[in-house]
Design a protein around this ligand. Structure first.
Ligand SMILES: Nc1ncnc2c1ncn2[C@@H]1O[C@H](COP(=O)(O)OP(=O)(O)OP(=O)(O)O)[C@@H](O)[C@H]1O
Ligand SMILES: [Mg+2]
Length: 253
């Protein structure tokens, strides 16, 4: 259980705030989507959760204990993360990229090989076909899958994903969203997923947290943020034509 209380971050000594007085809970096993337009503070919030950026004020608790008291490297080992830019190592094969986390923790080679194969299969890449390739020999969508496989390889408690499918074409993105949906059901991980795409948010979120200008506008299940918007901002955001939203009927049942 992660509890965020009154969290703020200013990069300029308090003149402006990337995240402002934000409080939000993350239950074990749920997928929380952070939704908002460019610059609203999504990545900053994720980086504070990763302890790559320290808050200006406020506290994050993990299982009741302040995150600031934990050793950052040890904390990050419990998290698989996929950044906005995929960040695969260009000179290493796909297999080595996926196994990198395990290599760093000193896992035996045989264990590593087994896990790498399992993870590649999980994300729909045949290990015998893709394992030995370099990242540049894969399409953008395939590289993104490798990023997801790498994040999952160490079997982390948490999965943090920052617009992982943002740079992909609509069809590939749809396919990966569906895959992500079935993955999250099979794996039961606690996931924070960042996007500026409302359809992606509706497809993947057990709950959606809508951010604007660093502030939390509303957090709740998809049917709540759509059906009972707490602010005009949320109302306008989901004020899409009914036929567009009706594609998500199954989300609301
Ligand atoms: N290292 C930094 N130094 C100074 N300002 C920063 C830094 N990182 C982010 N910001 C600013 O903080 C605000 C929030 O940025 P952030 O990256 O969290 O937004 P975002 O919601 O992830 O946007 P996007 O969807 O474009 O990725 C922006 O105004 C940004 O310019
Ligand atoms: Mg960002």
């Amino acid at each position: 259980m992660i509890q965020i209380q009154g969290l703020s971050k200013s990069y300029d000594g308090g003149q402006s705030y990337a995240v402002r007085d934000l409080s939000l809970d993350l239950a074990d096993g749920e997928t929380l989507v952070l939704l908002g337009s460019s610059g609203c503070g999504k990545s900053t919030l994720l980086k504070m959760l990763l302890r790559l950026v320290e808050p200006t004020s406020g506290t994050i608790f993990v299982d009741g204990r302040p995150l600031a008291e934990r050793e950052p490297i040890e904390w990050r080992r419990s998290i698989g993360y996929v950044f906005q830019a995929i960040g695969l190592f260009p000179h290493m094969t796909v297999a080595r990229n996926v196994g990198m986390g395990l290599e760093l923790t000193g896992a035996a080679i045989a264990t590593r090989d087994t896990v790498v194969r399992e993870m590649l299969e999980l994300v729909g890449l045949a290990p015998s076909e893709y394992g030995h390739r370099l990242p540049q020999e894969l399409s953008g969508g395939q590289q993104q899958r490798v990023g997801v496989a790498r994040a999952l390889a160490a079997d982390p408690r948490y999965l943090f994903m920052d617009e992982p499918f943002g740079a992909l074409d609509a069809l590939t993105r749809d396919a990966l969203q569906q895959e992500m949906r079935s993955l999250k059901e099979r794996l039961g991980k606690t996931i924070v997923f960042v996007t500026h795409d409302i359809f992606e948010a509706l497809t993947l979120g057990d709950r959606i947290a809508v951010l604007d200008g660093g502030r939390l506008e509303q957090a709740g299940p998809p049917q709540d943020v759509v059906g009972h918007p707490a602010t005009d901002f949320v109302k306008d955001l989901f004020g899409k034509p009914a036929e567009q939203l009706s594609a998500f009927r199954d989300v609301f049942e």
